[in-house]
Design a protein around this ligand. Structure first.
Ligand SMILES: Nc1ncnc2c1ncn2[C@@H]1O[C@H](COP(=O)(O)OP(=O)(O)O)[C@@H](O)[C@H]1O
Ligand SMILES: O=C(O)C1=C[C@@H](OP(=O)(O)O)[C@@H](O)[C@H](O)C1
Ligand SMILES: [Mg+2]
Length: 189
C-alpha cells in the first residue's frame, strides 16, 4: 500500500516502547491503537491486560478488592509489558501517578501526555460508563479535581500532545510528528 501516509512513518524506528499517559477520556486507548498501526508495532492497553489477567472487569476489581489492589496489578502488568520489544502502551489514567510505575516508564520508555480540556474529558467519558472513579460523584467535578492534582505529574512525560476535538487521526499524526522531531534531534524515541 504505497500511500503517502504510510511511507511517512518509514523513517521512524522505535528504540523503546511508547507509553501514553493522561486523564480518563484523553484518548490513550483510541489514539494508542492507531499509533501502533501507523508505527507497525503491537499495541497493548494496560486496563485490558489487567482485565484479562484477573478475568474481571476493572469496575469489579475496584469494587471487590479496592483501588490499592488494582494499582499493584497495574504496576506489574506495565512492568511486564515494558520489558518486551518496542510497542505502544496505553496506560490507565492513574498509572503514571504511582511513583514506582512512573520511574519505570521514565527509565525505559518514551512517555507522551495526551492532554485534553475538562469539557472534552467530560464529553468523552460520558460515552461509556466503565470507569469506577467517575461513578463516585459528579464526573465533571471528579475530572476537574483530578486534572488539577494529576496535571503537574503528567507534565513530567517526555512529550505533551493536545488531544483536541476532531478526528483521532489528527492527534495520531501530531504524536508521530513530535516523535520524528525528537529523533531528528538525536533523542531516543
Ligand atoms: N479526537 C479524539 N481522540 C481520542 N478520542 C476521541 C476523539 N474524539 C472522540 N473520541 C472518543 O473519546 C473516547 C476516548 O476514550 P479512550 O480512548 O478510551 O480514552 P482513555 O483511554 O484515555 O480513557 C473514545 O470513545 C473515542 O472514540
Ligand atoms: O484515572 C484512573 O485512575 C483510571 C483510569 C482508567 O483508564 P482510562 O484512563 O483508560 O479511562 C482505569 O484504569 C481505571 O478506571 C482508573
Ligand atoms: Mg483507556
Amino acid at each position: 500500500m504505497p500511500s503517502a501516509a504510510r511511507s511517512k512513518t518509514a523513517d521512524l524506528r522505535l528504540d523503546r516502547p511508547i507509553v501514553l499517559v493522561g486523564l480518563m477520556g484523553a484518548g490513550k486507548t483510541t489514539v494508542g491503537r492507531r499509533l501502533a498501526q501507523r508505527l507497525k508495532v503491537s499495541f497493548h492497553d494496560a486496563d485490558h491486560e489487567i482485565e484479562t489477567a484477573a478475568n474481571m472487569r476493572i469496575a469489579d476489581i475496584f469494587e471487590i478488592y479496592g483501588e490499592a489492589y488494582f494499582r499493584e496489578g497495574e504496576r506489574k502488568v506495565i512492568e511486564r509489558l515494558l520489558s518486551g520489544p518496542p510497542h505502544v502502551l496505553a496506560t490507565g489514567g492513574g498509572a503514571f501517578m504511582d511513583a514506582e510505575t512512573r520511574a519505570l516508564v521514565k527509565a525505559s520508555a518514551t512517555s507522551i501526555w495526551l492532554r485534553a480540556d475538562l469539557d472534552l474529558l467530560v464529553k468523552r467519558t460520558a460515552l461509556r460508563d466503565t470507569r469506577p472513579l467517575l461513578r463516585q460523584g459528579d464526573p465533571r467535578e471528579i475530572l476537574s479535581r483530578l486534572l488539577e492534582e494529576r496535571g503537574p505529574v503528567y507534565a513530567q512525560a517526555d512529550i505533551t500532545i493536545d488531544s483536541a476535538d476532531g478526528p483521532h487521526a489528527r492527534t495520531t499524526e501530531k504524536v508521530l510528528k513530535a516523535l520524528r522531531t525528537r529523533q531528528q534531534e538525536g533523542l531516543m524515541v
